[in-house]
Ligand binder design. Structure first.
Ligand code: URA
Length: 222
């Protein structure tokens, strides 16, 4: 079997001396090329550290703090909002302003507290004046969100508002069209609901949001 088709699992710590020694040994065996594969080994704290130093988009210039996300790292339920607002940018924590207070109440309707779930946003930095996230910003940040999902592996995702939903499914739907309809996101249940800021402006919709929380409660039991 040609060497290129063989699978070798070799583990050693990456020091210059180790690598040089290894390559020297390969050369002695007449092997001129070798593919190194990095072990994934990604952890949430490491990802958080990486995101804190992110300068991939211009929001890094205007932010006060990166808002990575917080809660139970093994949460069964993960809420995904849009982007940090003013208060979140100051505190470096998601949903701590007015909309956050309402989110806390919605979570209580499920019989949970915010420390039982995981809460994060599509964007980790505040867009100036709370404008909508731009496509380029979402593209820069999306991998961070996908990694958070992979690491936390929630049983259910609840997207808050259209941006989180549209980012995950790569679509451009109106929230009023998809809200409350259970979806499958890569094998994980996903329930889209209204964004708490929208609910603050449209109090007649709160009943539907409560229904969604009741649905989440039942799904979490199942
Ligand atoms: N709105 C969001 O989408 N996220 C927050 O963290 C706060 C307000």
């Amino acid at each position: 079997m040609p060497f290129a088709e063989q699978t070798h699992v070799m583990k050693f710590s990456v020091t210059e001396q180790n690598i040089k020694g290894f390559l020297y040994a390969l050369k002695g065996m007449g092997i001129n090329s070798y593919v190194f594969e990095r072990e994934s080994g990604l952890t949430l704290p490491f990802l958080q550290k990486t995101v804190k130093g992110c300068r991939k988009c211009p929001l890094a210039e205007t932010r006060n703090n990166v808002v990575f996300g917080e809660g139970n790292n093994n949460a069964k339920l993960m809420f995904i909002g849009e982007a940090p607002g003013e208060e979140e940018d100051v505190q470096g924590r998601p949903f701590v302003g007015k909309a956050g207070k309402l989110l806390d109440q919605l979570i209580e309707r499920i019989g949970l507290r915010r420390e039982n779930v995981y809460i994060c946003n599509v964007l980790k930095c505040r867009p100036p004046n709370n404008r909508d996230p731009e496509e380029k910003e979402i593209a820069s940040c999306k991998d961070y969100l996908l990694s958070q999902l992979e690491l936390i592996k929630p049983k259910i995702i609840c997207t808050l508002g259209r941006h989180a939903y549209n980012t995950l499914f790569d679509v451009n739907e109106r929230i009023t069209k998809v809200r409350g309809s259970l979806k499958d996101y890569k094998g994980t249940m996903l329930l889209p609901t209204y964004h708490p800021s929208f609910l603050l402006r449209n109090q007649d919709k709160i009943k539907e949001a409560w229904e969604d929380m009741e649905r989440l409660k039942q799904l979490l039991k199942g």
